[in-house]
Design a protein around this ligand. Structure first.
Ligand code: SAM
Ligand code: SF4
Length: 345
């Protein structure tokens, strides 16, 4: 009898709980999870250099209508999935999609901050109405922020401050590249002074389409340096009020005993695709289904969203996507393993 993982609330709880289960040597194999990241719109008011859409031949303005997004969300929820609805930017035309966030019990939004600077008086009350408690931003170090985002760093700091002032739990994404890694501590100091609630480290996502970011990807040596910095931060009382988090594609944390290290030991770390432990799928605004956000090259496609009149269904093909990955070690996240190897080979 399979038991479902239920009521995890947020992406972080989902990942940690699943990895905890996958790392449990006594786990009987009965646990089953279903998770769908659903990217509903690519529209944005910026063109950041670092954005994973850069160089993407599909970088367009593809967006689902609200009706379609609602129907696909319901279809997945009824099928037992935890659904993460994704919008590139909270332009006013998407404010009604907040209804879907509530339906999926999703309590945070991510923004580049421009909308907060220009429209927070209308937007914040809406966020409250739809039970959004957390706002996620991105900040690069001084001298790098403008180049990476095309936006003024002071304005991004102001947007972070606005979320704090209005009582939202404020999270800052720190994108780790060879260039930003040495500046982690100085930016954490700055964010600690602003009393941000959480800093999440994002390992640079590179979908292999734009050549410009290759040199900024972390190899194993840099990843180890990242984990050393992580250890310093987590042990420093100066940051005790900040929660630190990281993406799975940094691989297992080598320091101490931790969920990701245990999961890696059991060689069951990666969640991608439909496997005996669960279904982890990623859906694009072009209606394609992939095993993971990081495995969204056409050769990994595992299905399509099909429209039948006014209804939608998910249609899977039998693609053996794993055979397209040069070397697949489930003890690391599929994305890192694939991306690093594809670049080094
Ligand atoms: C695609 S953006 C959408 C939300 C919003 N437009 C923004 O910029 O925050 C979601 C988050 O992904 C992260 N991100 C974007 N491109 C990335 C990349 N190449 N590697 C790692 N993280 C990235 C940023 O931290 C960003 O906050
Ligand atoms: S603002 Fe966000 S979605 Fe838009 S280009 Fe920048 S990182 Fe990408």
């Amino acid at each position: 009898m399979q038991k479902n993982i239920e009521n995890l609330g947020s992406r972080k709880n989902f990942r940690n709980t699943v990895h905890e289960v996958l790392g449990d040597e006594n786990e009987s194999g009965e646990i089953f999870y279903k998770y769908a990241m659903v990217w509903m719109s690519r529209k944005c008011n910026s063109r950041c250099k670092y954005c994973y859409q850069d160089g993407d031949p599909e970088a367009n303005n593809a967006s689902w209508s609200y009706e379609k997004a609602d129907k696909v969300t319901s279809l997945l929820l009824d099928d037992g999935y935890h659904v993460q609805p994704l919008i590139n930017e909270w332009l006013p035309e998407f404010w009604n999609f907040l209804e879907l966030m509530k339906k999926c019990q999703w309590n945070e939004i991510t923004t580049n901050g421009l909308i907060l600077l220009s429209r927070h008086q209308e937007f914040f009350p809406l966020l409250r109405e739809y039970e959004i408690s957390d706002i996620r931003h991105t900040l690069f170090p001084k001298g790098i922020h403008e180049e990476m985002t095309g936006r003024d760093r002071e304005k991004s700091l102001r947007a972070i401050q606005l979320s704090k002032e209005h009582g939202f739990r404020t999270i800052v994404n720190y994108v780790v590249t060879t260039e930003t890694l040495p500046h982690i501590v100085e930016v954490c100091d700055e964010l600690a002074d602003m009393e941000v609630d959480e800093i999440q480290f994002m390992n640079l996502i590179y979908l292999g389409r734009s050549k410009s970011k290759k040199n900024e990807l972390l190899d194993m040596q840099y990843i180890n340096k990242f984990w050393d910095t992580w250890k310093l931060l987590s042990e420093n009382p100066k940051y005790e009020r900040i929660e630190f988090d990281f993406q799975a594609n940094f691989g297992p944390n080598p320091h101490g005993d931790n969920v990701s290290k245990r999961a890696a030991k059991q060689s069951r770390f990666c969640l991608a695709g439909k496997n005996e432990r669960g279904h982890f799928i990623y859906i694009t605004p072009e209606d394609d289904i992939y095993p993971c956000f990081l495995l969204s090259d056409p050769k990994f496609k595992i299905g399509k969203i099909i429209e039948n009149g006014n209804n939608y269904s998910l249609e899977y093909n039998d693609a053996d996507w794993i055979k397209h990955i040069p070397s697949f070690n489930r003890s690391h996240c599929a994305g890192t393993q694939y991306i690093t190897r594809a670049i080094l080979s």
